[in-house]
Design a binder for this molecule. Structure first.
Ligand code: GLU
Length: 609
C-alpha cells in the first residue's frame, strides 16, 4: 500500500477554527473557578548549572521542569484544583514549552496518594500489533545503530500519557477536564519565549532538522535554531489541545489526529513504523499495584514493572543497608570515596538483575512468581556479601537468582536512554502526585505531528520502543525478557516515588527525575541524602552524581576532586567524568508545610502558597 495515500480529512479543523473565531466558549466559561493568566517569567541563564534557593510553602506545592509549566500547576492548585488537575495542566504546558522531553505524543507513570491509598497509573507506550522481535534488526540480523532506530517510524509506540491522565482525572479530578487545558492553549496561541534549554537542545540536534514539519518550525530559514527568547506560537498544538479538552483522549486516539499520527509513522521516508488506527483506538492506560518497600524508618512507594525504577533503587538501598555503616558517607559536603565505592558496587549488582529479569509484567513472569523476590531480605544480604574492598569492575557483576529459581532469560546489553521530565505535586488536601513523563530521547523520534490541521507546529512523537532490547536473544539463543513483542510495553527506568513515615503513615516526600537509566542512581542518592543524611530537598538535589550501569563508572564532570576519581580507579571502577544531567524535582514535608527543590542542572522551579 502506498502509505502516502492514507488520507485524512483536513477539514476537521474548520469546526475548531470557526468556533474560536466566533469566540465560542470551548474552555473556561465565566462562572468557572479557574481563570488562567499567562505570567511574565524571566528566562534563566543558559548556564548548565544554576543555583536554586529551595522553596518553602505552607499549604501546597508544585515542582516541574519549566517555570511556565510550574506556574500553570500553581494556578490550578490556587483555584482549588487537585494534584491530578495540576499535573494535567503542567503536562499540557510541558508539551509546548519543553517539547524535547515529554508530551501528548509520549508515555508516563503517575503515582497518586489520596491521604489513604497509593495508586500507580501506567500510561507507558505500547508496541503496535504488527511489531515483532526483529523490529530493530537490519536485513543481516544485526541491531540498528541507536539513532537509526530512534529517528524513525519504527521507534514510535502508541502514546499513553493522555489516556493515563484521563483515567486519573476520572478518579481524582476536581476541576473540569477542559479547563485544565486553558494554560497550554493560551500559551500556544499567544506564544511563549523559547527557553535557554530548548534553544540549546535544538542547537545540538541534527535529525530534527530533517523532519518535514519540525525543520521549518523550530529552525530559521538559514537553519539556525530559534533563539532563546523568541516568541513561539504553536497553532497546530493549540487546535489539537482544544479537541482533547473538548472530547477527551478519544480525540487523540481516534479520528483525524490519530489518522495523522498513523500517516506519519507509516509514511516515514527511511524506516516506516507499523502503528495502525486500531492500535491507537485500543490503547488502554492501566492501574497497577504500586510497590511499597520498607527502608529504615520509611515506606518507599514506587512504580512496578514495566518500570525497573523502584526495584532497582530498592535493591541498591537494600544492599547498602546490609553493609557495615560508614563513619563518613559525606566528606566536605560531597559523597565520600568509601560511600561512592559501595554505591557503585551495589548499582552493578542491581543493574545485573535489572538486565536479566525486568520487563512488561503482562508478558514475563517475575522471578519466583513475585517481584518482591528481588527485594527479599535474605537475597539482598547474599548480594551485599559479594561486595568487597575492590570493585568487581566493568561487567564483573552477574545477575543473582531472586526467588531461588533459575529463570531462562538472557541478560540485555545496556543501551542509551535520554530525555524525560518529572513533576511532583502536593495539594491542599494532602493528595500527592509523583509523575515522570517522557518521549524517550530528546525530541523523541524527531517527528513533529500537526494532527492533520495543516497549521504550523504540533507535538513530537516518542521513540519509546527503543527502550526494548534491540537484540531479542542472548549469545546462546536464550530470549531476553525485554525483547520487542506485539502489544508489549518497553522496560523503563522512570522512578516516580512517594515516601511515607512507617510509624505515622504520613507522606514525607514526592520525587523523581529524568536521565535514562541513571534516573535510578539520581533518585536513589536523593533518597539517601534526604532520609539518611538529613539534607533538605534542595541540598540533596545539588549533590554531584556517580553512576554505573554495570560497565564503566561515571562521575559528574567537574564536581569531584581529582583524588576521588583516582581513588575509584584504583579500586577498579574504570571511572571517568561526563555530563550527568539529572532533572530531579522533590517536595518534602516539613514541620511548617513543605520544602521543594528543583535540579540546578535544568530549568525547573517550585511554586506554592
Ligand atoms: N525512556 C526512558 C525510560 O522510560 C527515560 C528516558 C530518560 O529519562 O532520559 O526509562
Amino acid at each position: 500500500m502506498d502509505m502516502r495515500s492514507v488520507s485524512y480529512p483536513r477539514c476537521w479543523l474548520a469546526t475548531v477554527i470557526s468556533a474560536c473565531m466566533l469566540g465560542l466558549p470551548l474552555l473556561a466559561s465565566a462562572e468557572t473557578a479557574f481563570q488562567y493568566e499567562a505570567p511574565a517569567i524571566a528566562p534563566e541563564s543558559a548556564s548548565g548549572y544554576t543555583e536554586k534557593p529551595g522553596w518553602a510553602t505552607e499549604r501546597f506545592a508544585v515542582a516541574a521542569a519549566n517555570p511556565l509549566a510550574t506556574d500553570a500547576g500553581y494556578q490550578v492548585l490556587k483555584a482549588g484544583g487537585s494534584a491530578v488537575d495540576a499535573a494535567i495542566a503542567v503536562q499540557m504546558v510541558l508539551t509546548l514549552v519543553e517539547p524535547q522531553s515529554s508530551g501528548i505524543g509520549g508515555g508516563a507513570f503517575l503515582m497518586h496518594y489520596d491521604g489513604d491509598e497509593v495508586k500507580a497509573y501506567d500510561g507507558r507506550e505500547t508496541a503496535p500489533r504488527a511489531a515483532s522481535e526483529s523490529l530493530f534488526l537490519n536485513g543481516g540480523g544485526e541491531p540498528l545503530e541507536f539513532m537509526e532506530a530512534a529517528a524513525s517510524g519504527l521507534s514510535v509506540g502508541v502514546p499513553g500519557t493522555v489516556r493515563m491522565l484521563e483515567m486519573a482525572h476520572e478518579r481524582y479530578g476536581k476541576l473540569p477536564w477542559a479547563e485544565l487545558f486553558a494554560p497550554a492553549i493560551m500559551l500556544a496561541e499567544e506564544g511563549f519565549e523559547v527557553s535557554p534549554r530548548l534553544h540549546t537542545s535544538l542547537a545540538g540536534e541534527e535529525k530534527l532538522r530533517e523532519d518535514a514539519l519540525a525543520g521549518s518550525f523550530y529552525y530559521t530559514e538559514e537553519g539556525e535554531p530559534l533563539p532563546q527568547g523568541h516568541l513561539l506560537q504553536n497553532p497546530a498544538l493549540a487546535a489539537i489541545l482544544r479537541e482533547i479538552a473538548e472530547n477527551g483522549s478519544k480525540a487523540l486516539h481516534t479520528g483525524p489526529i490519530a489518522e495523522d499520527l498513523v500517516y506519519r509513522v507509516q509514511g516515514h521516508p527511511d524506516r516506516p513504523g507499523a502503528i495502525s488506527l486500531e492500535d491507537m483506538a485500543t490503547y488502554v492506560a492501566k492501574e497497577r499495584a504500586p510497590l511499597c518497600t520498607d527502608w529504615q524508618d520509611y515506606r518507599i512507594c514506587g512504580f512496578p514493572p514495566p518500570s525497573s525504577g523502584h526495584l532497582t533503587i530498592m535493591q541498591i538501598l537494600g544492599i547498602l543497608d546490609r553493609l557495615p555503616a560508614l563513619e563518613t558517607p559525606l566528606e566536605e559536603d560531597l559523597p565520600s570515596t568509601e560511600w561512592l565505592h559501595l554505591f557503585l558496587e551495589a548499582s552493578r549488582l542491581a543493574f545485573a538483575d535489572r538486565g536479566k529479569y525486568i520487563a512488561d509484567p503482562d508478558f514475563v513472569n517475575a522471578p519466583g512468581g513475585d517481584w518482591s523476590s528481588m527485594l527479599d531480605e535474605e537475597y539482598l544480604a547474599e548480594r551485599a556479601e559479594l561486595i568487597g574492598e575492590q570493585s568487581v569492575g566493568p561487567d564483573g557483576a552477574e545477575a543473582g537468582r531472586p526467588g531461588g529459581v533459575e529463570t531462562a532469560w538472557a541478560t540485555q546489553p545496556t543501551q542509551p536512554e535520554y530525555g524525560t521530565s518529572h513533576i511532583s505535586i502536593i495539594d491542599e488536601e494532602g493528595n500527592a502526585v509523583a509523575m515522570t513523563t517522557t518521549i524517550e530521547a530528546a525530541f523523541g523520534s524527531r517527528m513533529l505531528a500537526d494532527g492533520g490541521t495543516g497549521l504550523a507546529g504540533g507535538y513530537l512523537l516518542n521513540n519509546e520502543l527503543t527502550d526494548f532490547s534491540f537484540t531479542p536473544l542472548g549469545a546462546d539463543g536464550t530470549p531476553i525478557a525485554n525483547r520487542v513483542e506485539a502489544g508489549k510495553r518497553p522496560r523503563s527506568s522512570m522512578s516516580p516515588t512517594l515516601v511515607f513515615d512507617r510509624e505515622t503513615d504520613e507522606l514525607v516526600a514526592s520525587l523523581g527525575s529524568p536521565g535514562g537509566a541513571a534516573i535510578i542512581h539520581y533518585t536513589a542518592k536523593a533518597l539517601v541524602a534526604m532520609l539518611e543524611w538529613g539534607l533538605d530537598a534542595q541540598e540533596a538535589l545539588n549533590l554531584p552524581h556517580a553512576i554505573t550501569l554495570g560497565g564503566p563508572a561515571y562521575l559528574e564532570e567537574g564536581r569531584f576532586p581529582a583524588a576521588v576519581l583516582e581513588a575509584l580507579n584504583e579500586l577498579g571502577h574504570d571511572a571517568s567524568e561526563r555530563e550527568l544531567v539529572s532533572g530531579l524535582q522533590a517536595i518534602q514535608r516539613t514541620d511548617d508545610g513543605f520544602f521543594g527543590g528543583a535540579d540546578p542542572r535544568r530549568e525547573g522551579v517550585v511554586m506554592g502558597d
